[in-house]
Design a protein around this ligand. Structure first.
Ligand code: NAP
Length: 296
């Protein structure tokens, strides 16, 4: 299959390129293809004539979106509208990736795909607006909502990901305070990438929730990371109010995999297993208990 991947240097983009091996993939980092350059994006995709475009590009710094709303809407909304229009014109499939932060977190049980979104932050609003354009413009579309992503590409960036930040802070001997009143499902980018590749070859278009299985707070996720990495550290649970991040976040954003379950395709591993796999890949797992995992 001929596939274009945008945002290919990001955590998910990187894993998508691995998961798509065997396909004819044109993968572009931001430097190679800025999705906010609408004309160039249209020209490149039209030249390639892919069967599928996967948009893994996004402005993902949730707190910075509050202070840079224009950039958030350019990347997460208007660029997505352009991609959706291009895909509609070429009659190709658009896979677009979205977020649990489209929900407000007032529920106490997992959000289904058709639960009403109500984002709390600029990031969530810009992503939801992008979803609407995909759903209204691109006839063949998948909107994949995921949460708490970490991937190997995150290890190579200054910004890192939550797991890398925790390990780095512990090694620096920094005090570690983590919010314990936001519950979600941390998710390995590789697991999402593999599910996207599986889904895109069927024609069951629509919105999907794709995360690892289970749920925990960020505090529990940090504790599990330290336990698996064998790092002894004092870790203090704090409330979101005490932590006072720039952007408000949902207190509960676990995503129910209702669509995947309907298709008997809800087989994503528990978050603990994927975290173990990630730490092993990073050479950080303290007790090596090998787990059979394709490609791992
Ligand atoms: N990370 C999470 O916890 C999380 C949770 C839920 C959903 N998601 C969604 O999952 C998707 C993938 O996230 P991720 O964790 O892989 O994010 P990521 O690591 O930040 O990757 C996003 C990539 O998009 C690139 N990008 C930014 N602006 C661009 C532009 N104008 N044109 C082209 N590329 C651009 C970034 O490049 P630069 O780094 O050079 O700017 C980066 O390589 C996103 O849609 C995100 O909203 C993420």
């Amino acid at each position: 299959m001929k596939v274009v991947v945008t945002g290919a240097a990001g955590q998910l983009g990187h894993e998508l390129v691995q998961a798509l091996s065997g396909n004819d993939v044109a993968a572009f980092s931001r430097v190679e293809l800025d999705v906010c350059d609408f004309v160039y994006t249209r020209r490149m995709i039209t030249k390639i004539r892919p069967e599928v475009v996967i948009n893994a590009a996004a402005f993902t710094r949730v707190d910075d979106c509050e202070t840079e709303p224009e950039r958030a809407f350019w990347v997460n909304t208007y660029a997505v509208r352009n991609l959706a229009q291009v895909c509609a014109d070429l009659d190709c499939t658009l896979v677009h990736v979205s977020t649990d932060y489209v929900f407000d977190g007032r529920k106490t049980s997992p959000y289904a795909e058709d639960d009403a979104p109500n984002p709390l932050s600029v990031y969530g609003t810009s992503k939801l607006a992008g979803e609407f354009f995909v759903r209204s413009l691109a006839r063949r579309h998948y909107v994949i909502r995921t949460s708490g992503l970490y991937g190997l590409a995150g290890a190579g960036t200054r910004r890192g990901n939550f797991v890398e930040k925790m390990v780095f802070a512990a090694e620096q001997g920094r005090p570690i305070r983590v919010v314990d009143d936001q519950v979600l499902t941390p998710t390995a980018a590789l697991d999402v990438a593999r599910k996207i590749v599986e889904l895109m070859s069927c024609d069951h278009y629509g919105v999907y929730h794709v995360t690892n299985a289970g749920q925990c707070s960020w505090f529990e996720f940090a504790k599990a990371t330290f336990a698996l990495a064998g790092i002894a550290v004092d870790i203090e649970p704090v409330s979101s109010a005490e932590f006072s991040a720039q952007a408000p976040r949902p207190r509960y954003s676990v995503l129910a995999h209702s669509r995947l379950a309907q298709m008997s395709a809800d087989d994503l591993p528990p978050w603990q297993e994927s975290l173990k796999w990630y730490l092993r890949q990073r050479g950080r797992l303290s007790v090596s208990r090998p787990r059979a995992r394709q490609g791992g």
